[in-house]
Design a protein around this ligand. Structure first.
Ligand code: TEU
Ligand code: CA
Length: 552
């Protein structure tokens, strides 16, 4: 089945393979009514900007009805739009207006858990006889102790005692996000109804939150990826988006290559692609211990990014450095001061010339940076606020706790989009729900897009290149200089020609030698983040954070 759009276009099954996705965090994108909270009409007012950028798909973080305990990742009604974001009419207008500009909407489906204010949970938590009782995971405690030592991702026990029914329910995230029991066919049926409802609205696909957790075996303490996980995804595929050309992206923080070959196999039985987390877990003390500050092991980063390229031809993958859960990569792994503009372009060159579908997170296209918050009062993210309390209780010095939040907090990515240098950054005429980065005076859309050498126009070039360069979609990836501590260089080999990407991730001036079987005269520079790119028979000296792409 292909989806007809406003222009009665039809979409081939792999329409998204040369597209770039733009993630919008609605709360922080654009506020149209001055209440300090981003909204759907705000997004609609920026569709021309997004069309100019050249992206083909807009992933919206959740906009459904929610008490906003986790900024919408706690849904209380999947069929309604959160009042602070607007109405269903606004949502339908957004889908339509985006479609008219050749852009499709990816909804964020949070189905591992609901809000504790969802009607199902309100009923289930009141009465053991509720018809929705088995929509959630209930276990007896043991003389006042939780049923097991499962820990929530947001810290603390994953079990919450429920007084009315005198037992515990499971919540792998906040206690206000009770896990759904996917082993119950009635739950799966309800989720499939929700997917079909939004498909009928004309969305282009779904990003599926914590997809690797839906088949959890709680009593075995196995939270991620079981056989049931894949069985349920295949059933979901068959009963909803499978026959269509929708784009489906699963968030699977536990995935390795083998599981990715199942989730995102080109046989189309599950989903189109996944978000893997190996690279964003590299600078963690441990996968479940994100707060201690660890510097990036660049060689491991290159190895991980390259290993995920080996899926080519057997599955499909996403490419990302930023999202609403991660600190901004430019601050985290790049240079967000003296070389901010050049470094932003270099990181984008690395990502957008790899194999897979690149994702741009709002503000990445103008080089926005981490928030720089100094006081706990600045923070809004429940994960960060709880971690602050937990680290203090464990005896970590307050200045170290604040240093960690400043580097690692999800709020780094959630400060309002910086449209101009006005007091509300063009995001709001009111008081923003979270602090606006003071550097919006210098770093903003107006400033950057008025510079032909700005980051935005560089992203435009990369996106246009992907749409027109088959080597970026099909070229076979080959890492060069795996042991080089500064340079990330790789080929995208084709039949007749190939592409060569060379990125200097640091501030040194290393010399890059042309690869063995290649010569200067055969090289055609097709993109660079510096005005000139001299080279000689041997190769060239890379300037700090310099990036070049050659056709060979
Ligand atoms: O995140 C799931 C996930 O992988 C998180 O555990 C992530 O590792 C953590 O947020 C890092 O601190 C998804 C959403 O992206 C996130 O915003 C939600 O808070 C979470 O699920 C619960 O829905
Ligand atoms: Ca608003």
């Amino acid at each position: 089945m292909t989806i007809l759009t406003e222009k009665n276009e039809t979409y081939a099954p792999d329409w998204w393979k040369n597209q770039v996705v733009y993630q919008i965090y609605p709360r922080s994108f654009c506020d149209s009514n001055g209440d300090g909270i981003g909204d759907l009409q705000g997004i609609i007012s920026k569709l021309d900007y997004l069309q100019r950028l050249g992206v083909g798909i807009l992933w919206l973080s959740p906009v459904y009805l929610s008490p906003m305990d986790d900024n919408g990742y706690d849904i209380s009604d999947y069929y309604q739009i959160a009042q602070e974001y607007g109405s269903m009419d606004d949502m339908e207008m957004l889908i339509r207006q985006a479609g008219l500009r050749g852009m499709r909407i990816l909804m964020d489906l949070v189905a591992n858990h609901t809000s504790d204010e969802h009607a199902w949970f309100k009923s289930a938590s009141k009465d053991r006889q509720s018809p929705y009782r088995d929509f959630y995971v209930w276990r007896e405690g043991d003389k006042g102790f939780p049923p097991s030592d499962l820990i929530s991702i947001f810290g603390g026990s994953a079990w919450e005692y429920n007084v009315p029914t005198e037992d515990y329910y499971l919540h792998m995230f906040s206690r206000r996000q009770p896990d759904l029991n996917w082993h119950n066919p009635a739950v799966r049926k309800e989720i499939y109804k929700i997917i079909c409802f939004w498909m009928d609205k004309g969305v282009g696909g779904f990003r599926i939150d914590t997809l690797d957790m839906i088949g959890k075996d709680v009593d075995a303490g196995r939270i991620y990826e079981t056989e049931e996980t894949h069985a349920y995804i295949r059933e979901m595929n068959r009963q909803t988006f499978g026959p269509s050309s929708l784009l489906t992206v699963g968030e699977t923080s536990s995935a390795d290559l083998d599981s990715a070959l199942r989730y995102a196999s080109i046989d189309g039985k599950e989903i189109s692609m996944i978000f893997q987390f190996e690279h964003v877990h590299l600078d963690r003390a441990a996968v479940r211990d994100k707060w201690p500050i660890v510097s990036l092991d660049f060689l491991r980063f290159k190895e991980v990014m390259s290993r995920w390229q080996t899926l080519q031809g057997r599955a499909w993958t996403s490419l990302y450095l930023n999202n609403h859960d991660q600190p901004r990569a430019l601050s985290r792994w790049g240079n967000d001061s003296g070389y901010r503009v050049r470094c932003a372009k270099m990181m984008a060159t690395m990502l957008h010339t790899m194999w897979g579908t690149p994702f741009i997170y709002q503000g990445e296209e103008i080089g926005m940076t981490n928030a720089g918050f100094d006081s706990i009062e600045d923070y809004r993210d429940l994960d960060s606020l709880r971690a602050w309390r937990e680290m203090l209780d464990k005896g970590v010095q307050e200045d170290e706790v604040m240093r960690r939040l400043k580097v690692k907090s999800r709020d780094n990515a959630r400060t309002p989009m910086q449209w101009n240098n006005e007091p509300g950054a063009g995001f709001t005429s009111g008081e923003a729900w979270i602090g606006i980065n003071p550097n919006h005076l210098q770093i903003n859309v107006h400033e950057d897009t008025s510079d032909p050498d700005g980051i935005f126009s560089y992203y435009q070039k990369l996106i246009k290149m992907r749409a027109g360069e088959s080597l970026l979609v099909e070229g076979i990836y080959e890492l060069l200089l795996p042991d080089d501590p500064e340079v990330f260089a790789f080929l995208r080999r084709g039949e007749q020609t190939s592409l060569l990407t060379v990125c200097n991730f640091y501030g040194g001036r290393p010399h890059f030698n042309w690869p063995q079987d290649m010569h200067a005269e055969g090289m055609q520079l097709i993109l660079s983040n510096l005005p000139d790119a001299p080279c000689d028979q041997t190769g060239f000296v890379l300037q700090p954070y310099e990036a070049r792409v050659y056709r060979i």
